[in-house]
Design a protein around this ligand. Structure first.
Ligand SMILES: Cc1ncc(COP(=O)(O)O)c(C=O)c1O
Length: 328
């Protein structure tokens, strides 16, 4: 299918590598595992937000905005990458961060500062609750802010991952055909919705499995419904009307452990196993939890030995350094 895409602003390096993880797979006695390395997208140490921000920043520039405004946790990868994207586009960046200013910045927060983002500390609000207020303040100062939604997860952001399916399909041409499961960390839902859209609209048979990272999301109703709705809106940007139901979305919620950002044994095991078999680093909050889930699914025999698992590495390594105490 030929797709007419909205404008995009280049921020990263694509295609990202796709490579095997044979020692990891052998250690688990599992199916073939490949890694899709979106931790290598560039843009201030990489990560999945690069794909989303390429469409969002283009939109901000079309609207002649002069500030990118977004929100997240103090160790948000999304905020770090938005701060870098703003600089590449010649814009300012304001970040609404959860918590209080720490005495010393580390990890992503340190990089936010280095990138010259203006920080607004928002206490218990880490999911953009304060964005309208900050946006109004900026407008009152004569600025033209562009609000990048939490996690970059609206239809324009998700589109980045719909397009990414075309990239994956091309990468896989070098590998023998197999039934393919695509496993990834899912939090604000944009990555997940985009992958579902790309899979369906481009006619592939990938089985997309999101590993849910964040317990609190359920407070707003079943998260599958929101991902399904976002998938519908994303598809509408580029093609004929398509709808998804909550049942079409596979979101595994049993690996959330003690909640967002709490590092448990599965996350530690995943980080150590991938590092020590393949020399690949995971972040403790998202990708370690998702690989931990993937390890559990392999051990439970959920995939046949004829299957292939593509783990989509969505980045986040800068956060490792701010979790040194939980990891050492
Ligand atoms: C490293 C990493 N992986 C995965 C995700 C989840 O992506 P999404 O918010 O699109 O669900 C995030 C979100 O911040 C992230 O930082």
């Amino acid at each position: 299918m030929r797709i007419q895409l909205p404008p995009h602003f280049q921020l990263g390096f694509f295609p990202t590598p796709l490579h095997g993880a044979p020692r990891f797979s052998e250690a688990l006695g599992g199916p073939e595992v490949l890694l899709k390395r979106d931790d290598q997208t560039g843009l201030a140490l990489g990560g999945n937000k690069t794909r989303k921000l390429e469409f969002l920043v283009a939109d901000a520039l079309e609207r002649e905005s002069d500030v990118l405004l977004t929100a997240g946790a103090a160790q948000s990868n999304h905020c770090r990458q938005t701060a870098a994207a703003a600089r590449m586009a010649g814009l300012e960046c304001h970040l609404a961060l959860g918590g209080e200013a720490p005495e010393k910045a580390q990890g992503n927060l340190l990089l936010d500062q280095l990138l010259g983002a203006t920080l607004h500390w928002c206490g218990t609000h880490r999911k953009g609750e304060t964005l309208p207020e900050i946006e109004a303040q900026l407008r009152a100062q004569g600025k033209k802010p562009y609000v990048v939604p939490y996690g970059g997860s609206n239809e324009l952001g998700a589109l980045g991952f719909a397009v990414a399916i075309r990239e994956l399909a091309k990468d896989l041409k070098d590998w023998e055909p197999r039934r393919t499961h695509v496993v990834f960390a899912s939090s604000s839902g944009g990555t997940h919705a985009g992958l579902e859209v790309g899979t369906r609209l481009l006619g592939h048979e990938f089985n997309c499995i999101g590993i849910s990272i964040d317990k609190e999301e359920d407070a707003h109703g079943p998260f599958e419904e929101r991902i399904a709705a976002l998938a519908g809106k994303t598809a509408a940007l580029i093609g004929p009307e398509e709808t998804w139901r909550a049942e079409d979305i596979t979101l595994r919620k049993e690996f959330q452990g003690e909640g967002y950002g709490v590092i448990g044994e599965p996350e530690k095991e995943a980080m150590e196993l991938l590092a020590q078999t393949e020399g690949v680093l995971l972040d403790p909050v998202y990708t370690a939890r998702a690989v931990g889930g993937c390890i559990a699914m392999i051990r439970e025999g959920e995939f046949s030995s004829e299957d292939r698992v593509v783990f989509w590495h969505t980045g986040g390594a800068p956060a490792i350094f701010s979790y040194a105490e939980s990891l050492s």
